[in-house]
Design a protein around this ligand. Sequence first.
Ligand code: XMP
Length: 216
Amino acid sequence: MEVKNKIILALDVLSMDQARELLDEISDYLDTIKIGYPLVLAEGLEAVTQVKEEYQCKIITDFKVADIPATNQKIANVTFQAGADALIVHGFVGPDSVASCVESAEKQGKEVFLLTEMSHPGASQFLQPVSMDIAHMGVEMGIQNYVGPSTRLDRLEKIRSIIGKDSFLISPGVGTQGGDPKDTLKFADALIIGRSIYLAPDPVESLESIIDSIEF
Ligand code: XMP
């Protein structure tokens, strides 16, 4: 997946009005937007369809899918049918659950991102002990796309070494959670950024300064 300016916007606003107000300002800088539960639970899955159509962008849905295979497949099917280009799936549920999402994606010409380790402090308790195993599982399954934390660069580097240089790795945790954009891009292909942009007094200025910090 190609990502313009190496930035994926986490569109965690709570209405389509807020989404449009933000995207009208900054959509020229972006071609990939991540939509998760906040906007979809507030506005319905149509939010995915609407943002994709109105802003002509790729949509990664962040539903951190983590159910049994049969249910995962239903979630994936409905999400892709709404227009999502990719779906983030938890790895800790095991290969059969992940495979059901991969199967759905392949049938519809879409993509799956495998979530290895999360970026928040609490991830160190339960997820961190198995996150490298999850990355290995992804490689064994032939998965191309991964999510890993910008808040622990030593861990991100390890994930990259497991998945290999040709896999596509996106990384949340930049800005508000403490991750540095340029350092993260030593290991990741693109950054996921939410609050540092949509809560900024001037989102365009914030985005431009992040882009400058990456380029220089
Ligand atoms: P902020 O506002 O912190 O938003 O820039 C980050 C976005 O990324 C999501 N997030 C994650 N998604 N694995 C994921 O798949 C993670 O480890 C992770 N950490 C944060 C978060 O929900 C928000 O949308």
